[in-house]
Design a protein around this ligand. Structure first.
Ligand SMILES: Cc1cc2nc3c(=O)[nH]c(=O)nc-3n(C[C@H](O)[C@H](O)[C@H](O)COP(=O)(O)OP(=O)(O)OC[C@H]3O[C@@H](n4cnc5c(N)ncnc54)[C@H](O)[C@@H]3O)c2cc1C
Ligand code: SF4
Length: 443
C-alpha cells in the first residue's frame, strides 16, 4: 500500500449480517442503561431493539432524528467509556458493539437511500451559526428541521471542523464525511465558507443584519507551543500537521518523515493521532514524549494500547527542555529532562517534577507538538462572558451565553471535548433558540 493510500480510507464497518447478529445479543434491558450513557441522547436501546425486530428503517430513524451526526459518533465516539461502559451485557460476555451498530445503520441509510430527516415549512426568523464543526452542524440541523433558515459561517474552505481538518482520514475518511454532510444541504442549510466572523463585532453585526439568534461554535484552533518552537524548522503543531495530512500534502510529509526519528509531544488522543500518522508516513522511530506517567495519559486506554502495538516508543516521565537546531535552523534534537511524580496538584493528579542533572538529548529531525489547543484570537469577551481560559460561559441547560440572542457550545465552551458532546450542545442550544423564537418546546 502506498503512503498516500494509508491516509485515504478507514476500515470497513459492520454489514447487515454482523449488525443483526450483534443486535441479537442485546438483552433488551427495560431500564436501558446504554441510552443513559449517551451524552447526545441518541438512544441506543431503542435503535438496537428496532434492529433486532428487523425494523431497520425505524432503527435508522431513531439514530438520525436524535443525532444528525449519528455516523460520525458511531465511528468516533469512545464508546468504551460511554454507552458501552453502561451496557448490561458487559457483565455476561462483552458489551454490545453499539458504536458499530450505529455506524452500520447510518451507512445502510445511504446505501438504501433512506433519509428520515426533512424540513418543516419555512419560518421567517433566520439564525446564524458561527463555525461548522459538530456543535454548529448539530444546532443547524435541529433548527433547519423546524423550518428556520440557517446560515453557517465557516472560516475554512469546507465545513466540518475537526472531523474534516483534524481527525486523520484512516479513522474518518472524506467519503464518509461527504455522505454525512449531504443532509445539511437537503435541509436547506446555507454554508458561507472562507468567511471568518471576527469575534464580538462580527457576531453583533449578524444580529444587526437581521439574524434573530446566533450560535457560536468556533472550537479551539490556536495551538499551545513550547518556548522557541516557532524558530525551528521541522517543528509543527498538531493542528498544522493533521490539517496537512487531510490536505494534499501526504507525499511531501512522507519525504520528510520516511526513515527518520520523530518526536510527538503530548499524551492525549490528538498526540496518539499524530504519532500513529508519523509511523504511517514511514518514520523509522516515533517517540511519544510525555512528562507524566503512562497511567496519567489523557488518551483513551485502547488508543494507548494500539500505539504500543504499532511500535510507538513511549517516553513517559520525560519533559521537553528545548529544541536543538543545526546551523540552518533545522531541528536536530530535543533536549529532555527526566521527571518524577511529586505531590498531587489541585486536580488530585501527582505533579511531574524535573530531576536535576538528568537532561539528555533525543536525536530527532521532526517534531509535532500536541500539547493542547486554546481559543484563537477572535475575541468573544467583548460580547459574552468568558472564563480565565477564554472559554465561553453558558447556562448549563440552554447553552445561552450572557448576551441576549447569543448561544454557544462545543469545545469553545467545554474545552477539548468530544464530538458527541458538541452534538448535544448544538441540540440543547437549538431547543432554547426555538423557545426564544416563540416555538413551544420543552427546554
Ligand atoms: C485531532 C483530533 C482528533 C479528535 N478525535 C476525536 C474522536 O475520535 N472522537 C471524539 O469524540 N472527539 C474527537 N476529537 C474532539 C472533537 O473533534 C471536538 O470535540 C469537536 O470537533 C468539537 O466540535 P466544535 O463544533 O466545538 O468545534 P470544531 O470541530 O473545532 O469546529 C469549529 C469550526 O469553527 C470554525 N471557526 C473557528 N473560528 C471561526 C470564526 N471566527 N468564524 C468562522 N468560523 C470559525 C473552524 O474553522 C471550525 O471549522 C478530536 C479532536 C482533535 C483535534
Ligand atoms: S444496555 Fe446493552 S444489553 Fe441493555 S439494551 Fe442497551 S445495548 Fe442492549
Amino acid at each position: 500500500m502506498s503512503v498516500t493510500e494509508r491516509f485515504k480510507t478507514m476500515e470497513k464497518g459492520f454489514g447487515l449480517v454482523q449488525a443483526l447478529a450483534e443486535a441479537e445479543r442485546c438483552l433488551l434491558c427495560h431500564d436501558a442503561p446504554c441510552s443513559k450513557g449517551c451524552p447526545a441522547e441518541t438512544d441506543p436501546a431503542t435503535f438496537i431493539r428496532k434492529l433486532r425486530m428487523r425494523n431497520v428503517k425505524g432503527a435508522i430513524r431513531t439514530v438520525k432524528t436524535n443525532n444528525a451526526l449519528g455516523g460520525a459518533c458511531g465511528v468516533l465516539c469512545p464508546t468504551a467509556r460511554l454507552c458501552e461502559k453502561e451496557c448490561s451485557a458487559t457483565g455476561i460476555v462483552r458489551p454490545i458493539a453499539i458504536g458499530k451498530i450505529q455506524r452500520f445503520l447510518v451507512e445502510h441509510s445511504w446505501e438504501i437511500g433512506f433519509e428520515p430527516l426533512a424540513a418543516k415549512p419555512a419560518r421567517a426568523e433566520k439564525v446564524a451559526v458561527i463555525g461548522s464543526g459538530p456543535a454548529g452542524l448539530s444546532c443547524a440541523a435541529e433548527l433547519a428541521k423546524e423550518g428556520f433558515p440557517v446560515t453557517m459561517f465557516e472560516e475554512r474552505a469546507e465545513p466540518g471542523g475537526v472531523i474534516r481538518y483534524g481527525v486523520p482520514a484512516y479513522r474518518f475518511d472524506a467519503a464518509f464525511l461527504k455522505n454525512e454532510m449531504a443532509i445539511f444541504e437537503r435541509l436547506g442549510v446555507t454554508f458561507v465558507c472562507n468567511t471568518r466572523i471576527d469575534g464580538a463585532s462580527g457576531a453583533k453585526k449578524l444580529l444587526a443584519d437581521g439574524f434573530a439568534a446566533v450560535f457560536l461554535g468556533p472550537g479551539l484552533w490556536a495551538a499551545e507551543r513550547l518556548p522557541g518552537a516557532e524558530k525551528v524548522k521541522g517543528v509543527r503543531t498538531s493542528v498544522e500537521f493533521l490539517a496537512a495530512l487531510r490536505g494534499k500534502q501526504v507525499a511531501g510529509l512522507a519525504k520528510e518523515f520516511e526513515g527518520k526519528t520523530v518526536a510527538v509531544i503530548g499524551g492525549g488522543s490528538v498526540a496518539m493521532d499524530c504519532v500513529e500518522s508519523a509511523l504511517k508516513l514511514g518514520a523509522k522511530d516515533a517517540y511519544l514524549v510525555y512528562r507524566r506517567s503512562f497511567a496519567q495519559m489523557p488518551a483513551e486506554e485502547d488508543e494507548r494500547v494500539a500505539a504500543l502495538r504499532l511500535g510507538v516508543h513511549f517516553l513517559v516521565l520525560n519533559q521537553p527542555v528545548k529544541y536543538l537546531a543545526d546551523g540552518k535552523g533545522k531541528l536536530k534534537g530535543l533536549k529532555l529532562v527526566r521527571t518524577r511524580l511529586g505531590k498531587p496538584d489541585a486536580s488530585g493528579r501527582r505533579k511531574p517534577e524535573p530531576i536535576k542533572g538528568s537532561e539528555w538529548v533525543l536525536d530527532v529531525t521532526a517534531a509535532v507538538e500536541a500539547i493542547g489547543n486554546k481559543a484563537d484570537a477572535a475575541d468573544w469577551s467583548a460580547m459574552v462572558k468568558v472564563d480565565e481560559a477564554g472559554l465561553v460561559v453558558v447556562n448549563g441547560k440552554t447553552r445561552k451565553t450572557s448576551a441576549r440572542k447569543i448561544f454557544a457550545g462545543g469545545d469553545i465552551v467545554r474545552g477539548p471535548a468530544l464530538v458527541v458532546e458538541a452534538v448535544q450542545d448544538g441540540k440543547l442550544a437549538a431547543r432554547a433558540i426555538r423557545a426564544a423564537l416563540g416555538q413551544e418546546v420543552k427546554v
